[in-house]
Design a protein around this ligand. Structure first.
Ligand code: GCW
Length: 719
C-alpha cells in the first residue's frame, strides 16, 4: 500500500502563530523552537527525515501531526508523516527515520515490558522507534521524543521504557457554567459554553496537547460545587463537543455530579440514594451521557460538605451515595470519584478529624469502580500540612490523591512557589501503614494494598490568561503535576530542570538558577506565611493575604483563631492525647514522629502542639524568636529570588522576563506584609519584642486589620 501523506496544516499554523506572538507564554513547554546551531539540526535530520505510523486512528493521527509539526519547526524543514500499516505482535509502532522496518528494532522481550499507555523509545542505525501496546502509548512516546529533541539530547542508542504508575491522571477544573473559576487566578474559564458545541476554540486543542504531553488522561471540566444544569441535554451536547476534541489526545471527559440533580433537573421529590426512582434517574442519565460521549470517564462528587447536598441528607452514608452513582456508571465502564473533603453542618471538635471519622468505617463497602479522592492534608490545601490520615487507613478502597495546582493558599496569582516540592514531600511521606516504607506514593499507585484502579487529581490553575496560568511559573506546577501523576516517585529537582529548559533556555548557568528558584520557593513561602506548622490564617473568604485575627465567622472552623489558638501562654493546636487527639488517627509509626513536643519535626510543631512562647526549640531559640526568625527569613528570601531572576535577564525574552519580574516585586511586598501582619498580631499575645536586628513592622496591627481587597479573585464577589 502506498503511504498516504498527510498535510502539515498544523505545522504551518504553528509556524505562522510563532512568528506573530513571539514569547508570551502561550506555547507553554511545547515551544519547538528551531534548533541551533545548524550542525546540530542537520545531525538530527539524519535520523528524523520522515515519520511512519502504523495506522490512522485518531490518537495516532494526533501523534503523527504533533511529531510532524514539532520536528518541522525544530529542524527548520518539513518532516512529513505517513501511515504505514501493520506491525505484528500486538505492538503499535511509529518509526522516525528513512525506512520503516520496526521489527528490526524491537524484540519480543522488549515488548513484554510495555504496559497499557506505556511506551518504549529505541534507536539504531539512524532510526528512532516508538513502540507501545496501545495508541495512547505512541502519543506519549511522541511527546517524550519531542522533549528530548527540544532539550537537544542525543538520540543514539536510546532505550527508554516508561509505563505510567497511576491509571487516572486527571485535572479538576473548579469552573462554573458562567465561566467564573472558583479559586482561579488566571482569568475566566476556558470553556465557552455559549459558543459550544459549534465553535471549537483553538485553545481546547492546545489544552489537550499540553495535557497529553505530560501524560494527563482525564479532565473534570466543571466545579465540584456543582450545578445540575450540566446534565441538561443542551449542556451535555456542549460537553460532548469538548470530549470530541480531547479524545484524539487520550483525554477522557468527566463531570461533577450534583447530588440533588434528580430533584433539580428530574423533578423528583427526593435524591435519596436508596430510592428506586432516584437510582433509575441516575441510570438513565448515565445512559444518555454515554450515548453522546462513549468514552465518558465518570462523575466527581462533593457531597455533604460546605453546604453541598449528599446522602446524609437522607440518613444514608457516603458509600450509599457513591455506590448508587457507581452502579449507574458501571455498565459503561465509568468510575465515581467521591471526595473525602467533608465537613458537616455540626462543628466537630477538630475539623482535621472529620473525614477519617466518616470514611474509615466504610472501608470495604464501596463498589469496585469507586475511588475516594482525598486532599493531601486533613484541613484544606494549606501551605504545609501533614499528610491526610486517611492515606493508609482504608486498605480495601482505592484512594486518589487530590492536590491543588491553583494556589488558593500559596500566593494565588502573584507568588512564585514551585509546588512540585510540596507534592514530592507528601508523596514521599512514610505513613507506616504497613510498617516502614509505606509511602503515600505506594498508596496512590496501588502497590501497597494491591489496587489496580488508581488515580491522582490536580485542581487546575488554568484560565483565559494568554499564558494559561496567569503567573508564568504556574506553568511549572501544571507540568509537575502531570509528571508526578505519571510517576509519583520522580524528584522535583528533575522536574524543575526539565520544565526550565523546555520553557526558557539551554544555558546551564541560567537553568541552575531557575531550578534553584523553584526548589527553594516552597519553603520560602511557608516561612513567610505559615511557618512551624501554622495553618488556615489567611483572610476570610477570598483567602488573599494574612488574616490571623479572623474570628467572627458563621462557624468556628472557618476562623483563624480556631486553628492557631494563640493565647498568652503560647501558640498552636494541641492535637495530641491531651488535646483533640487527631494524632490517634495516624498509624503508630507516624504518631511516634509527632507526639512528643520535643521531638516533633519543626515544620509540624504548631500543627500538633500548643507550645509556650518561651519554650526553647532544638534551634536554641524560643518559640517566639523562631517564629520571628522564620517570618523574616521567608520575606528576605523573596528578595533573593528577585536577585536571582535579575541575574539571568539576558537569557530570557523580554516579555516573559518582565512578567516574572513584576510578579516577584509584588511577591516581595506581600511577603513583608504577611510577616509584619502576622508578627504584629502574634506579638499581641506573646508580649515579646521582635528580636534586635530584625526589621520592625512598619504599621500598627490595626492598620493590617483594616485592609480590604474586594478585587481579590477566585470566588463569586459578595460585595
Ligand atoms: O479549599 C476550599 C475552597 C473552596 C472549595 C473547597 C473544596 C470548591 O476554599 O472554594 O470549593 O475547598 O475543595 O471543595
Amino acid at each position: 500500500m502506498r503511504p498516504r501523506i498527510f498535510l502539515l496544516s498544523l505545522a504551518l499554523f504553528l509556524l505562522s502563530a510563532h512568528q506573530l506572538k513571539a514569547e508570551d507564554g502561550y506555547r507553554l513547554w511545547l515551544r519547538y523552537d528551531k534548533i541551533e546551531p545548524e550542525e546540530r539540526r542537520s545531525a538530527y535530520l539524519q535520523q528524523l527525515g520522515q515519520v511512519f505510523i502504523d495506522g490512522d486512528r485518531p490518537i495516532l493521527k494526533a501523534a503523527g501531526s504533533e511529531l510532524a509539526s514539532g520536528l518541522s519547526l525544530m529542524l527548520g524543514q518539513a518532516v512529513p508523516w505517513v501511515q504505514e500499516p501493520g506491525n505484528a505482535g500486538g505492538i503499535v509502532a511509529c518509526v522516525i527515520g528513512k525506512s520503516q522496518a520496526i521489527s528490526r528494532l524491537i524484540s519480543e522481550e522488549d515488548a513484554k515490558e510495555l504496559q497499557p499507555e506505556g511506551f518504549m523509545l529505541l534507536s539504531r542505525d539512524n532510526q528512532v522507534a516508538i513502540a507501545a501496546k496501545d495508541d495512547k502509548g505512541i502519543l506519549y512516546g511522541a511527546f517524550h521524543l519531542l522533549r528530548l529533541i527540544q532539550m537537544q539530547k542525543p538520540l543514539d542508542n536510546l532505550r527508554i521504557i516508561e509505563n505510567p504508575k497511576v491509571k487516572l491522571r486527571v485535572l479538576n477544573h473548579w469552573d462554573n457554567l458562567d465561566r467564573t473559576v472558583e479559586r482561579g487566578y488566571a482569568g475566566f474559564s476556558i470553556w465557552n459554553w455559549h459558543e459550544l458545541p459549534e465553535y471549537i476554540d483553538q485553545r481546547y486543542i492546545d489544552y489537550a496537547r499540553a495535557n497529553a504531553s505530560i501524560g494527563i488522561n482525564g479532565t473534570v471540566v466543571t466545579n465540584v460545587n456543582a450545578n445540575a444544569l450540566i446534565f441538561r441535554s443542551d449542556y451535555l451536547e456542549k460537553a460532548a463537543a469538548l470530549a470530541d476534541v480531547f479524545r484524539p489526545y487520550g483525554i477522557q471527559l468527566y463531570l461533577t455530579a450534583r447530588f440533588s440533580a434528580p430533584i433539580e433537573l428530574g423533578g423528583l421529590s427526593t435524591a435519596d440514594p436508596l430510592d428506586p426512582q432516584v437510582r433509575q434517574w441516575w441510570k438513565d442519565k448515565a445512559a444518555e451521557i454515554y450515548r453522546l460521549i462513549p468514552d465518558f470517564g465518570g462523575f466527581l462528587v462533593k457531597a455533604n460538605s460546605e453546604g453541598q447536598p449528599g446522602p446524609q441528607d437522607y440518613g444514608r452514608n457516603h458509600a450509599d451515595g457513591a455506590n448508587m452513582l457507581a452502579d449507574a456508571l458501571e455498565p459503561f465502564g465509568g468510575v465515581a470519584m467521591w471526595r473525602a473533603f467533608v465537613y458537616s453542618e455540626e462543628e466537630p471538635e477538630d475539623r482535621a478529624k472529620q473525614a477519617y471519622n466518616e470514611f474509615v468505617p466504610l472501608d470495604g463497602q464501596f463498589r469496585k469502580n469507586v475511588l475516594i479522592q482525598v486532599k493531601n492534608g486533613p484541613v484544606d490545601f494549606q501551605p504545609r500540612e501533614p499528610v491526610h490520615p486517611l492515606f493508609g487507613a482504608m486498605p480495601q478502597t482505592p484512594l486518589m490523591m487530590e492536590f491543588q495546582i491553583t494556589k488558593e493558599y500559596l500566593g494565588q496569582g502573584t507568588h512564585l512557589v514551585g509546588l512540585a516540592k510540596m507534592y514530592e514531600e507528601i508523596l514521599q511521606t512514610d505513613t507506616y501503614a504497613e510498617g516502614k516504607g509505606s509511602s503515600v506514593a505506594k498508596i496512590i499507585d496501588g502497590s501497597l494494598h494491591g489496587h489496580t484502579l488508581t488515580g491522582i487529581a490536580g485542581v487546575a490553575n488554568i484560565g483565559t490568561a494568554r499564558n494559561w496560568t496567569g503567573n508564568l511559573f504556574g506553568q511549572a506546577d501544571w507540568f509537575a503535576f502531570g509528571k508526578l501523576a505519571w510517576d509519583p516517585y520522580r524528584s522535583s529537582a528533575d522536574i524543575f530542570r526539565e520544565w526550565a529548559e523546555l520553557s526558557f533556555t539551554h544555558d546551564p548557568g541560567a537553568l541552575a538558577i531557575i531550578s534553584s528558584m523553584l526548589a527553594s520557593s516552597y519553603e520560602t513561602c511557608v516561612n513567610y506565611m505559615t511557618p512551624l506548622g501554622l495553618h488556615h490564617i489567611m483572610a476570610a473568604g477570598h483567602h488573599y493575604g494574612p488574616g490571623p485575627w479572623v474570628k467572627e465567622m458563621s462557624r468556628a472552623d472557618w476562623t483563624s483563631v480556631y486553628y492557631h489558638k494563640a493565647d498568652e501562654q503560647g501558640l498552636g493546636f494541641n492535637r495530641t492525647e491531651s488535646g483533640s487527639n487527631a494524632l490517634e488517627q495516624y498509624s503508630p509509626g507516624s504518631r511516634a514522629r509527632f507526639a512528643d513536643m520535643e521531638q516533633c519535626p519543626l515544620p509540624f510543631l504548631l500543627w500538633f502542639h500548643h507550645v509556650p512562647w518561651g519554650h526553647v526549640l532544638p534551634t536554641g531559640r524560643t518559640l517566639w524568636e523562631e517564629l520571628c526568625q522564620r517570618y523574616h527569613q521567608g520575606a528576605s528570601e523573596v528578595g533573593r529570588l528577585r536577585e536571582k531572576w535579575n541575574s539571568i535577564e539576558g537569557h530570557i525574552d523580554g516579555e516573559r522576563f518582565r512578567q516574572v519580574s513584576m510578579h516577584l516585586e509584588i511577591q516581595e511586598k506581600e511577603a513583608r506584609w504577611w510577616r509584619d501582619a502576622c508578627l504584629s498580631y502574634f506579638q499581641s499575645f506573646s508580649k515579646m519584642e521582635i528580636p534586635p536586628g530584625l526589621e520592625q513592622p512598619k504599621q500598627s496591627l490595626e492598620y493590617y486589620q483594616s485592609l480590604h481587597f474586594p478585587y481579590a479573585p477566585g470566588i463569586r464577589p459578595r460585595w
